[in-house]
Write a protein that binds this ligand. Structure first.
Ligand code: C2E
Ligand code: MG
Ligand code: MG
Ligand code: MG
Length: 283
């Protein structure tokens, strides 16, 4: 473990930076106990099928309620956990909890997928797929309801390894989604080399879609090529009705974003589904 544990580099150039580094170090240390102290929670953000006008599923997103800092954003602590290797243990915690929640939803008759973020550091663990299989068996959820999200740069890091791991996951029925698609370097023809089912278009393209026709053109190109490659597309970060309408014109089917819902704790999901069904009926 110690050798995996790359030190967060500390440089004292500026008081702000010093504060920042102190916080990073603190976060890195506290990540070792956070799960034991039950400081992690999983929130769920709905993904909507706007063609069928129904819920498609959820993305599971981790939340950390730190004892002194309060809520720490995953964009702050996930990179630190990846660097220290702690993401491996946290990642198993996430899969375990997401599968437990999925099982509960299945028992309540909800037909929805749950999409889980996976880091590169996790898939290079030699027993990753074995551990996943063990967790899934215990949870008794339906594997067809599970999607693993990996970013496109993971695919580029080690092509042979990611191909092997993804194929093993696919073999047990888990679908693979490429997160934040479009901001990296991989092309669609490159993506085709991997057993991918879903592309998630990064919200950077959606943000300025209304004004900036460039971004709209990129989204259109991705959507059209995905169709010919038989890939599903999820568009992330949809916040406005205008954005939604533009995406509907492109015949985008799966939408995720604040327009429909923020990520929510599981106990608030039922009420949110009711509200979204109402919203979909009138749209
Ligand atoms: P991501 O996987 O790309 O997740 C989408 C992020 O966009 C989430 O941020 C979500 O809250 C946010 N988002 C969704 N819709 C909108 C919108 O309409 N507007 C805006 N402004 N934002 C929107 P979040 O929850 O802060 O997570 C940030 C990142 O942290 C995730 O990006 C993912 O890379 C990472 N992450 C979160 N949970 C996990 C986890 O369990 N494991 C791993 N390895 N990474 C995670
Ligand atoms: Mg994601
Ligand atoms: Mg994303
Ligand atoms: Mg992202």
């Amino acid at each position: 473990q110690a050798q995996l544990d790359e030190e967060v580099k500390v440089h004292y150039y500026h008081p702000d930076q010093r504060e920042q580094s102190k916080r990073q170090l603190q976060i890195k240390n506290d990540l070792y106990y956070a799960a034991d102290y039950e400081e992690f929670e999983l929130f769920y953000q709905p993904i909507i099928d706007v063609r069928e006008k129904k819920l498609y599923g959820f993305e599971a997103l981790i939340r950390w309620n730190h004892q002194t800092y309060g809520y720490v954003n995953p964009t702050e602590f996930i990179p630190i956990a990846e660097q220290s290797g702690r993401i491996v243990q946290i990642g198993y915690w996430v899969v375990e909890n997401a599968c437990r929640q999925l099982k509960t939803w299945e028992e309540n008759g909800l037909d929805a997928i749950v999409s889980i973020n996976i880091s590169y550091r996790q898939i290079i663990e030699e027993d990753f797929v074995e551990r996943i299989k063990t967790i899934l068996k215990k949870s008794e959820c339906q594997y067809e309801h599970l999607v693993f999200e990996i970013t496109e740069n993971i695919l580029m890091k080690d092509i042979a390894l990611s191909n092997r791991v993804l194929n093993e996951l696919k073999a047990i029925g888990i679908r693979i989604s490429v997160d934040d698609f479009g901001i990296g370097y991989s092309s669609l023809s490159y993506i085709k080399k991997f057993p991918i089912d879903i592309l998630k278009i990064d919200r950077a393209f959606v943000r300025n879609m209304d004004e900036e026709s460039n971004d709209l053109a990129i989204v259109r190109a991705i959507v059209e090529m995905s169709r010919s490659l038989d890939l599903c597309v999820v568009v992330e970060g949809v916040e406005t009705e205008n954005q939604l309408n533009l995406l509907k014109q492109l015949r985008c089917r799966l939408i995720q974003g604040y327009y429909f819902s923020k990520p929510l704790p599981p106990q608030e999901i039922d009420a949110q589904i009711k509200q979204m069904n109402q919203q979909l009926k009138t749209s």
